[in-house]
Design a protein around this ligand. Structure first.
Ligand code: NAG
Ligand code: NAG
Ligand code: NAG
Ligand code: NAG
Ligand code: NAG
Length: 455
């Protein structure tokens, strides 16, 4: 199942506050650049957090994705977590939330909850996600439909013993989700009604939500200005928006026209184009725009390259390929084909929940980067790769010069920065997407050490 919830920690705010300088510096391969050891787990307790107890730094959570055949409940390293979210349940055309993996399968819900309880970790079920939000709107649209949905959640909680329910609706009252999502201007209001009713049915179960950076849209299609009613029914929210600096990673593809060796030390001698977005109406309303935008773009770049042969040219690109002249994502961007072999094994192309084929989204996790040989097993930059760290966003990058791919990822240093930020801002804690993306708890240990040290 393809999935695109980025992840996240409970933080998306700029790290500029924690970063005195904003500059790129290169990182030699094999050199440990991190301020903290990747060794033993911190002094975190494995006592489950009480539902509702969100003291600063108290939540230590990760999501467990239930669809990997090579990463099942048996692979989970529970130590140090006080919550793990089972990902998860999805909405369905019938209006009920459903879990599609059999109860006692290696990644089944019964298997998961039993193991969580054995390890003294609070088991949460996540409902929704990128592919699982299709029927939220219709399921919440009427009082009768909300009852059907709530009954399915109560049944899920009672059947398996989940002690928390998290809603990951991508996104209420918005067209930014999957193309076939049901949707209504009343989504956010209906969502609140459902939560209020659910809380009455499950007063002792922790309710939470994964939320985008901007508040959910109100009935006018604009970000809501007052969501305080949600605070009465939700114990906490997890801000999910760290595409560029979290366990789940953003890959920068280098199109063929940019194929000269890239040198981070010459970063100031480059020109980056951030066109949002060629051949698309998703940009500003007054953008000029043509079906030929994507075709015209390389022509311009080639001419520019002739004038500035020694200047690095690059482009910021969205997750989906730029549109072709028909207005659909281009299928012939050879840059994609070049990096397919290099993509994370958990990030294959395939149809989305609407049945529409999608290319690999370009996400890499730490585990994938180590498997691909870009990083060593201790998370340091592998020999032959070029590493860099952006102090401004607190983001490491690794570049494979052979295939001209640069990946922004997370390492001990960036997770330490996040952990310190969580403490400094008195945030409730962190949540990692996704558990199996870490490698030997490198990232987990970094963030928990930093949270413990700073609090
Ligand atoms: C909440 O959690 C913190 C940290 O885990 C703990 O110290 C505190 O006693 C808890 N508070 C309550 C009311 O359970
Ligand atoms: C999960 O555990 C199995 C069995 O020990 C192992 O073969 C597999 O490599 C593990 N998966 C990951 C991603 O670590
Ligand atoms: C209520 O739920 C049913 C079954 O899922 C669905 O067919 C119907 O469209 C929903 N009502 C609304 C107003 O969305
Ligand atoms: C919730 O917890 C309280 C206190 O432990 C208990 O009295 C009550 O019966 C519980 N309610 C439900 C619905 O489980
Ligand atoms: C580009 O760099 C090469 C090698 O350093 C140099 O010979 C050439 O003059 C430079 N060209 C321009 C236009 O700066």
């Amino acid at each position: 199942m393809k999935f695109a919830l980025p992840i996240v920690s409970l933080l998306v705010l700029p790290f500029a506050a924690a970063a005195p300088t904003c500059s790129l510096r290169s990182v030699s391969s094999g050199v440990v650049t991190t301020p903290t050891s990747t060794g033993s787990a911190p002094g975190s307790t494995s006592t489950p957090a009480n539902p509702g107890n969100t003291t600063s730094g108290s939540i230590s959570m990760a999501w467990f994705a239930n669809w990997h055949t090579d990463y099942t409940v048996a692979n989970i390293s529970w130590k140090g977590y006080n919550r793990v979210a089972y990902f998860g349940a999805i909405t369905s055309a019938s209006g009920a939330a459903v879990i599609t993996v059999g109860d006692n399968e290696p990644s089944g819900p019964a298997t998961f909850v039993a193991a969580a309880k054995q390890n003294n970790v609070l088991p949460v079920v996540t409902v929704g996600g990128w592919d699982g939000s299709v029927y939220f709107s219709s399921s919440f649209a009427t009082s009768g439909n909300r009852t059907t949905f709530i009954n399915s959640i109560v049944s899920m909680v009672n059947t398996y013993g989940f002690q928390g329910v998290e809603f990951d609706w991508e996104y209420p009252g918005s067209t930014n989700g999957l193309s076939c999502n049901t949707e209504s201007p009343q989504d956010t209001a209906n969502f609140l009604s459902m939560l209020q009713d659910l809380k009455q049915q499950l007063p002792n179960v922790s309710l939470s939500a994964a939320v985008p950076v901007k508040p959910w849209n109100d009935a006018t299609g604009n970000p809501s200005t007052d969501l305080t009613s949600f605070a009465q029914v939700l114990d906490y929210v997890v801000t999910v928006g760290g595409w560029d600096g979290s366990v789940q990673l953003l890959v920068f593809f280098w199109p063929p026209h940019f194929r000269q060796p890239y040198n981070f030390r010459q970063f100031h001698q480059g020109v980056e184009f951030d066109r949002e977005h060629p051949g698309s109406t998703n940009g500003l309303s007054c953008n000029t725009e043509l079906p030929q935008d994507t075709a015209n773009f390389p022509s311009m770049l080639q001419e520019l390259k002739q004038q500035l042969p020694n200047v690095s040219l690059s482009a910021a690109i969205p997750v989906k390929p730029w549109n072709d002249a028909t207005g659909n994502p281009s299928t012939d961007l050879t840059s994609f084909a070049q990096v397919l072999d290099y993509l994370d094994g958990w990030n294959a192309a395939g149809p989305d929940a609407c049945g529409i084929s999608q290319p690999p989204s370009g996400d890499f996790n730490l585990w994938g980067l180590i498997s691909a040989g870009s990083l060593n097993e201790d998370g340091t930059v592998a020999s032959g790769m070029t590493g860099s760290y952006d102090e401004c966003s607190q983001t490491p990058y690794v570049s494979n010069p052979n295939i001209q791919v640069m990946v922004a990822y997370d390492n001990v240093q960036s997770f330490t920065a996040k952990g310190s930020f969580i403490s400094q801002q008195a945030l409730a804690g962190f949540a990692l997407w996704e558990m199996g993306g870490d490698y030997s708890n490198i990232l987990f240990n970094a963030i928990t050490s930093a949270v413990a040290r700073s609090s």
